[in-house]
Design a binder for this molecule. Structure first.
Ligand code: FAD
Length: 407
């Protein structure tokens, strides 16, 4: 990355101890942890504050993640606004089957839309803890990451001028489409990928939930999912071919398909509403083999992507952010290197566990509609075991809630 002129056309220069690239759950949490310890940092974000505070994505937080936020003083609004969930429902072969995970493990899921969490975190980082943040930046570039004086530059949205910020560490928290992962030296930072070969039509409906818990529908026409997001908004998923065009899914087709795939004896009728988001997600994942290179530490989707099959992405982003925030504070305030030295391995153990669980769950969701009687048979065996064996149900619940030991 080092060139004769690392930041061409650069003007103003500044200095911070840490530059965090990306203001998602990972970046804002790292920033808030740094600020709580009095570490000077700057968060750079390409979008506006209004945009990130409204961007709907994930909605499920695992209990350990909520406790981690709590310990760091980051749950100002969460207790009043989040719903606590204790069970989920599987629908297959026309029947409903409840899995009461709190009864099995004592742990909950919290439904707290990602945009609420991001709004809380921006407020805490910038308004309460006085953290510096620049929205709307363009063309972020990283330099000299292998030296002890790396720098990050960006185009200022107001002046169009390139600003250069020297620092001691860069936290790469810019998600799946960011730039920091591409700064990892080729060869040293391996990237492994997996493609599930299916797509999900991700929908947000302006409608109250149709059931009091998350519902997974395994149907010969494809998987369908139902997830609460609030009293008036509900997320639905419909399995579809990976490259499908959302325009081919008009209102009537969506609701007909959802009714069919989520139909089961005694199930309450779906509560329909206007579709306010409709996008096709290719189900795939990737993992970088080391999340640290020189003075660059990746966190969240920048380092690993987990298809939303098991609702793990936001939780993994927070897990990384807790470890990275604490490790940077220890390094920068006490010179303690241990947290940073073990950071990548500690994150990746949980990441691989979630990748494995997603694989397992993907077969449960997609096997029935695969057209392959062997895969459909595997799905049925897994579902039967889940509801015949308390041990199997507990093992599922531990992975679903993120409490399973990862070694
Ligand atoms: P992000 O939230 O992507 O944040 C990265 C930030 O960096 C963004 O604000 C972006 O604008 C910014 N950025 C990008 N490029 C640059 C750049 N060059 N310079 C500066 N800033 C940049 N996860 C769950 O746990 N449960 C769920 O139920 C769930 N459902 C999902 C549903 C959908 C439809 C989608 C898309 C995702 C879902 N996820 C879910 C995944 C979850 O949203 C992500 O894993 C999570 O957002 C990762 O957080 P992050 O901070 O790593 O990255």
């Amino acid at each position: 990355m080092t060139a004769a002129s690392p930041h061409p056309g650069s003007g103003a220069r500044g200095r911070r101890r840490v530059v965090v690239v990306g203001a998602g759950p990972a970046g804002l949490t790292v920033g808030a942890v740094l600020r709580a310890a009095g570490v000077d940092c700057l968060v750079l974000e390409t979008e506006s504050r209004e945009f990130i505070e409204r961007r709907p994505r994930a909605g499920v937080l695992e209990e350990w993640a909520v406790r981690g936020l709590e310990r760091r003083g980051l749950t100002r609004n969460l207790p009043a606004r989040a719903q606590r969930h204790t069970e989920c429902e599987f629908r297959f072969a026309g029947e409903r089957h409840r899995l009461r995970y709190t009864e099995l493990t004592g742990q909950h899921h919290y439904v707290y839309p990602q945009q609420f969490l991001v709004t809380d975190l921006v407020r805490e980082y910038a308004d309460v803890r006085g953290g510096a943040i620049r929205f709307g930046v363009r063309d972020v570039r990283l330099n000299d990451l292998e030296s002890d004086r790396p720098s990050v530059s960006y185009l200022c949205p107001e002046s169009g001028e390139r600003r250069v910020v020297e620092c001691e560490f860069v936290a790469g928290c810019d998600g799946a489409h960011g730039v920091t992962r591409t700064a990892l030296p080729a060869g040293r930072a391996g990237l492994s990928r997996y493609d599930y070969g299916v797509g999900w039509l991700a929908l947000l409906a302006e409608a109250p939930p149709s059931c009091d818990c998350v519902v997974f529908g395994m149907h010969p026409r494809g998987f369908a999912g139902h997830m609460q997001r609030g009293p008036d908004v509900t997320r639905y998923y419909l399995q579809c071919p990976p490259g499908d065009d959302p325009a081919d899914w008009p209102h009537d087709r969506v609701w007909t398909e959802l009714r069919e795939r989520l139909g089961a004896r005694g199930a309450p009728p779906l509560r329909e509403g206007r579709l306010i988001e409709k996008r096709v997600l290719g189900m795939h994942g990737y993992v970088v083999t080391s999340m640290v290179s020189g003075r660059l530490c990746l966190a969240g989707d920048a380092a690993h992507l987990t298809a939303p099959i098991a609702a793990k992405g936001m939780n993994l982003a927070l897990h990384d952010a807790f470890l990275l925030g604490d490790a940077l504070v220890a390094r920068l305030t006490e010179g303690d290197e241990r947290g940073l030295a073990g950071y990548s391995a500690a994150c990746l153990a949980r990441v691989w566990d979630c990748q494995e669980f997603s694989q397992w769950l993907s077969e449960v969701y997609h096997g029935t509609a695969s057209g392959d009687p062997y895969r459909a048979g595997l799905t049925q065996a897994r579902l039967r075991r889940l509801f015949a064996s308390r041990t199997a149900a507990t093992a599922f619940a531990e992975q679903y809630l993120g409490t399973a030991a990862t070694g």
